[in-house]
Design a protein around this ligand. Sequence first.
Ligand code: NAD
Length: 420
Amino acid sequence: MSSQLNPFEISQRQLDEAAAILGLSPAMHAFLRVPMRELHFSIPVLMDDGSYQTFQGFRVQYNDARGPAKGGIRFHPDETIDTVRALSAWMTWKTAVVDIPLGGGKGGVICDPKGMSPGELERLSRGYMRKVAHFIGPDKDVPAPDVNTTPDVMAWMMDEYEVITGRHMPGVITGKPVHLFGSLGRGDATARGGIYTVREAANLLGLDLQNAAVAIQGFGNVGGWAAILSHQMGMKVVAVSDLSGGFYSPDGLDIPAIAEHVQRNPRHLIEGYTAAGVKQISNPELLELPVDLLFPAALENVITAENADRIKAKIVGELANGPTTPEADQVLFKKGIYIIPDFLCNAGGVTVSYFEQVQNAYNFYWPIEEVQTRLEAKMTTAFRAVHEMAQAHRVHNRLAAYLVSVKRVADAVATRGWVK
Ligand code: NAD
């Protein structure tokens, strides 16, 4: 059962399936199954009470054949090296599927940031950078925000790197605040990119998105923006949910009002919102609504063998990472539900991170329209490549996305002459 495997073993199994179809040589397959490099280190931090605490940190560079490694840094109490390894593998496939000239990496620190003061977090962030500074860089490995790491954390890390190197080097890290060398358009990039892929899928299926019924699980950075953008594009968002529960109205919800409510709510949740004709629903109920589009945008493993048969959406746009289990994948495929797999659907974020790096390198910053036009081109091209691969091999879209990515990475590795 996949649920008993650790995430790194799951990522290896996914690769194994693609490698068999692509006919990779045993040497290439073995090389792509493991990270190229890993750094494990300890970070001593002066705490506010005068004591010192030592935190365990990691940075994994999974593969850089197609360009510098790219991937976020997570601060989490349950962080493990195998989670970081798996996420670095998935970053490798994600940057390859959108065909940006980057590889895959990931980092993490075992810590509980919710229990740390801003000063302690700043010292931890700067300490992390001191440990990785000689291992990363704009032409080696470029970190980014991830779970519990914010634009402020990115700014501290960038500043520490510039102190160490004595040079202006904002491209060492992305997801920085816009006023400190960040890119316009990063905030909604993941949701926007996902919606571009959904638009392509709808065209293929002959589905008119005007007034199409949409359900969205999660109202955070990604789900909240997905709701706002879907509403702006003329779709009818009939259901939204978050940690606190969900709301449903078959006539469509007032998304700007809910977004404003979430802004005002101290916990940034939809709880407490009321409006005529809106009924409360649970998260599992939301997933099974009769809608045209379903965006899981919160958690992993929410569409499982248990509920897959009751999913009624025509298109599932996986904005969250890993929302569908492998068993559920098979069920949805047989039912003819069109899945846009996570590392394609949510690749808009890393794509605009790449644009941030490009702007940093040129020290010239683009208007928002340029960011969005370029994002649209990347996402639609990637969608078409995956769709064509799925047709050619008669496989579901997730496997097709792996086939596209793994082939691109393997071709780069082979052409470099590392492994044939
Ligand atoms: P976030 O923390 O901003 O929002 C998460 C949302 O999920 C919140 O609305 C929260 O209330 C909700 N949630 C948490 N637990 C829940 C539960 N048990 N049931 C229902 N809802 C629950 O996070 P985010 O940045 O929006 O990320 C959401 C997903 O998208 C994650 O899987 C993340 O890995 C993925 N993702 C995010 C980005 C990005 O750019 N932020 C990029 C790629 C993938």
